[in-house]
Ligand binder design. Structure first.
Ligand SMILES: Nc1ncnc2c1ncn2[C@@H]1O[C@H](COP(=O)(O)OP(=O)(O)OP(=O)(O)O)[C@@H](O)[C@H]1O
Ligand SMILES: [Mg+2]
Length: 169
């Protein structure tokens, strides 16, 4: 029987998806060798960075990630996926296609995101530069039916936050 899980970790840029996702992956991998970590940024790179960050390209990237997760799950592989991909149709596709799908939203106050200024994105958007930054000048769908929400406005208690996810799955 295929019981593999998709742990979909989402949130705005700088919220902590990669940091939390990596730790969840490390923990799972110790128990289940058939586990991979798929990070949105590395995934873009693997495919040759052919997409940009316009809404259209972001949606296309999210569809690719969804399809890749579905493929891996069909091969009995657990996937920890850290990606923004904040589109309700993608959440829905995931939910419909995968039995053991866990959607986790990493939340962070906007003030704190601006302070972190991940990849210099927030200052650029706030200075009116021509960049699409989700949550500032690009809209997004906040997950409606997520299985767990973690407030990561403080860069602390990583272990505790990871444990919450491990308890859920
Ligand atoms: N709980 C935490 N404890 C310590 N540091 C944290 C924690 N959460 C996030 N950080 C730090 O905050 C920053 C942003 O986190 P991270 O890179 O994981 O965000 P992200 O959601 O993956 O962003 P992006 O969408 O741009 O890839 C990093 O410097 C990371 O080390
Ligand atoms: Mg990241």
């Amino acid at each position: 029987m295929n019981d593999s899980k998709l742990i979909w970790i989402t949130g705005l840029s700088g919220s902590g998806k990669t940091t939390i996702g990596k730790e969840v992956y490390k923990n799972l991998k110790e128990k289940y060798l058939n586990t991979v970590f798929l990070d949105g940024d590395s995934f873009r790179e693997i495919l040759g960075n052919d997409l940009g960050h316009t809404p259209k390209d972001r949606l296309e990237n999210a569809k690719r990630i969804h399809r890749m997760c579905k493929f891996l799950i069909s091969q009995n592989i657990n996937v920890v996926c850290a990606t923004m991909s904040l589109f309700k149709e993608i959440h829905q596709l995931n939910r419909e296609a995968m039995k053991n799908y866990y959607e986790i939203l990493i939340e962070c106050d906007m003030d704190e995101l601006v302070r972190r200024n991940q990849k210099g994105l927030y200052s650029k958007a706030l200075n009116g530069e021509d960049v699409n930054v989700t949550g500032v000048n690009a809209t997004y769908d906040k997950p409606k039916f997520c299985d767990l929400t973690i407030d990561n406005s403080k860069q602390n208690n990583l272990e505790e936050k990871v444990q919450k996810i491990l308890d859920l799955i």
